[in-house]
Design a protein around this ligand. Structure first.
Ligand code: GLA
Length: 385
């Protein structure tokens, strides 16, 4: 949590005046349902109590004037000339401005100060939080009347066009629409959703941060998406009514994809299985059967690692080690993959012990620090000032 007066003071130091508005948009976790969003499947994310904050103020001219506290860096560009930059951080903001321009909504120049407490590179979707904080703040500042779902969609498109990652809707949706104490069971085909209480009884969530983000993660992400689309196109040749993997069953994959592209087959089969696991996980959550819920997480990790191939040695190690403890009911890599965190469901109070137990081995194996992140489930985007 970053206090409002700190944000106000820093805005004033950087831009010489008070902000008109401060908005907070959170990072997210996902219980289960990975790489299903861009395949029109289901996800089960929730916002966390770590967020991006943007303080904004209107300007008289048409300059977009940005300052990022993390990098102690300025970036300025004329509203009419915006385009993706070599620097990565301004792109998440400019991409959203582009979306607003594309909708032919009117805005002027503005000053924007950005800070946050989401660990970067941990797979907690800090970039989605930047997009959503920006979209929400500009919506308020200029009275654009955009609905929350629209703000999430604009964040997703900003990521596609300005960051080059063809992501699904999960991260932005969770950032904008979450509700404290609940996970969102989101159907990514039509964006219908329900809030499911996240009641883990005598258990807690702990994230174990590998502290690695392997290179090429975004191109590998786009490759996975293409593999799924390829599988769909192979099925469509015989079943033209099929639009996405959501419409496909295993026998169609066996018949039409397996013989032609064994690689795409494994990816597509994973997606079908992951949707089933999510349904089982929701049932387990509703009946309070945390062991059954955790089992689905372990199975999801197997699939993500062996079939979908988005894990890495560090993530596999942490899940394998965590599994050895009976107090750990479930563990898996979380998010896009190739680094970031594992999510673990453990007996209450065991989180710290787990980190202590794994840290030494992790350090000697990978020469990296293992850090724990404890999270509470929070509300989505809101105005804090
Ligand atoms: C990243 C993307 C999401 C989703 C996950 C994997 O976080 O931004 O859209 O695809 O990976 O589930």
């Amino acid at each position: 949590m970053i206090a409002r007066n700190i944000l106000e003071t820093r805005f004033k130091e950087v831009f010489g005046k008070n902000p008109d508005l401060i908005v907070k948009s959170p990072g997210r976790i996902n219980i289960i349902g990975e790489h299903t969003d861009y395949n029109e499947g289901f996800v089960l994310p929730a916002a966390i109590d770590k967020a991006i904050y943007v303080a904004v103020g209107k300007r008289e001219d048409n300059l977009i004037n940005l300052y990022a506290e993390d990098f102690k860096a300025h970036y300025a560009i004329a509203l009419k000339g915006i385009a993706p930059t070599e620097l990565s951080w301004p792109n998440y903001i400019l991409g959203v401005v582009q979306q607003i321009k594309d909708k032919e909504l009117s805005l002027s120049g503005f000053d924007l100060y950005i800070d946050g407490d989401i660990p970067v590179g941990a797979g907690l979707s800090s970039s989605a939080a930047v997009e959503c904080a920006t979209g929400y703040a500009l919506n308020e500042l200029y009275g654009l009347s955009l609905h929350r779902v629209e703000i999430a969609k604009m964040g997703q498109l900003a990521e596609h066009t300005y960051a080059g990652v063809m992501c699904g809707i999960m991260d932005q949706f969770a950032s904008v629409l979450s509700k404290a104490g609940h996970v969102i069971r989101l159907d990514c085909r039509d964006l219908s959703y329900t809030y499911v209480p996240l009641d883990l009884g005598d258990h807690e969530l702990v994230l174990l941060n590998t502290n690695v983000k392997h290179a090429l993660a975004s191109s590998a992400y786009n490759d996975r998406r293409h593999a799924c689309e390829h599988a769909v196109s192979l099925v469509q040749a015989k079943y033209p009514e099929v639009k996405s993997l959501r419409d496909v069953n295993l026998s169609q994959l066996d018949e039409l994809v397996k013989p032609v592209s064994p690689a795409a087959y494994l990816k597509a089969r994973f997606v079908l299985e992951e949707n089933e696991r999510l349904n089982k996980a929701c049932e387990a959550l509703q009946t309070g059967d945390i062991t059954a819920l955790g089992e689905q997480l372990f199975l999801a990790h197997e699939g993500l690692s062996k079939d979908y191939e988005v894990s890495c040695a560090e993530l596999d190690y942490l899940v394998e080690q965590a599994k050895q403890f009976e107090q750990v009911k479930g563990a898996r890599m979380m998010g896009g993959g190739f680094g970031g965190c594992t999510i673990n469901i453990v007996e209450k109070g065991f989180g710290n012990q787990l980190v202590d137990a794994l840290s030494k081995g992790y350090r000697s194996r990978f020469d990296l620090e293992l850090t724990a992140i404890f999270v509470a489930i929070d509300n989505g985007t809101e105005v804090v000032y």
